[in-house]
Design a protein around this ligand. Sequence first.
Ligand code: SAH
Ligand code: SF4
Ligand code: F3S
Length: 477
Amino acid sequence: MSRKTIQVTEQEMAEQREAARRVREIEDRPKSYFIVTYGCQMNAHDSEILAGMMDEMGMTPAAAREEAELILFNTCCIRDNAERKALGNMTWLKELKRQNPRLVLCACGCMIQQPRMAKVILRQYPFFDIAFGTHNLHKFPSILERALETRRQVISIEETDGCIAEGLPCSSESKITSYLSIMYGCNNFCSYCIVPYVRGRERSRSEDDILREAERLLEGGTQEIMLLGQNVNSYGNDRDDGATFPGLIRRLDALGVPRLRFMTSHPKDLSEELIEAMASSKHCAHHFHLPVQSGSDAILKAMNRIYDRETYLRRVESLRKAMPHIALTTDIIVGFPGETDADFEDTLSLVERVRYDSAYTFVYSPREGTRAAAMPNPVPQEVSSERIARLIETQERISAEVLAGLVGSEQRVLVEEVSKRDARQVAGKCTRNITINFDGDESLIGSFARVRVTAAGHNTLKAELVSAEDKEAPEWP
Ligand code: SAH
Ligand code: SF4
Ligand code: F3S
């Protein structure tokens, strides 16, 4: 492994397990917890790990925050509204703390990792007990122990480029689909983005550690694994053992993970080798999330995205050539500093050209410390609002057309739950990552089914059962 990546030693991990044991023995420790999670899948997975640690510390999950003796806010700072939402909800806890002074309130995650933020939060929210950042998640047991023993506010932030901690516990709600982190951090420094500042540099786990975790998940009954990383295509670049993302896909495919997904991919490192590894795999889903951010070369350049419009479109073409039925989804930002009407039209025309299944669309939000925050020519709020409305309208029309085009087709669905709207139906996702509802009972949950699509709804499909499907059946018919 290259010197850049620091693996937390087994001894440090043992110290944390020891701290967890000591917390279990503290008589008036919290007995129940509730986690409020903001942000992306990485944060959701971090919350599963924090829940696993609290289970080990002898706590159980509470059904509602009012019933919990410890409340943890796992925050996000990707856009201003993500921060404001968390801060607004944190304010409400003052009353709960007044009613129960032994309630332990913690804040962690990306927002807290920003410079000075932990101090500011604990000053402005003096009823909070603990603030810790993203780089010392694995030290939560000792942080909590310190707070419980001293009954004083504890701040724990580490200013590093990050590390890798193996062997953490994980409590996952769904055993049917599971997250698996393959790498942490990001080196790309897109000019608008805060992630590299709060998640550190790219560091990849070893293939063997990933494979072992995948095996454990399969033993636990997982049917679908979502590989996580801010930029999974650059998996292995920081290692010197030859590990690559296509190589990892091939090994996981051979292991027999019934369905494999991954996110997120940066278009600049989407290689032919990866496309080939996916196309020749048995278990990779027919879905690729490929954030484009803008359709304008000038804006892509100012965003430091490294690729241009033509390169992006060529990669889309390669994906569709190798896998004609692949679903594409994306992320788009409007109102980036200096974005003209013509730049925005380029984004709209790219969306028309690619015909994504769906897109996450955002209004640019300046983030302190990023390069774009200091760029001239901000786009007025009214202009951004109008642009995003047009973009959403365009994408919704295309999404509806894509869904309508699937009526009559057969799809392979991993059944995950009883339908929210109709208890006689079950729901699951097809390979394209679209939710499909069909008549069926609970016994189907956790298995694959072949269905025929009968109607398109808003973002979802209706279908009828054709047959139960073997989990060994290939994703690519
Ligand atoms: N690593 C992933 C996801 C990063 S965050 C990737 O590179 O695609 C998810 C999305 O949030 C980004 O793709 C981008 O579209 C959006 N985003 C990030 N920073 C933003 C900002 N400052 N303002 C608005 N949207 C932003
Ligand atoms: Fe942010 Fe860009 Fe890294 Fe994605 S690739 S996390 S958008 S800096
Ligand atoms: Fe937000 Fe951090 Fe994810 S900033 S989007 S939670 S990596």
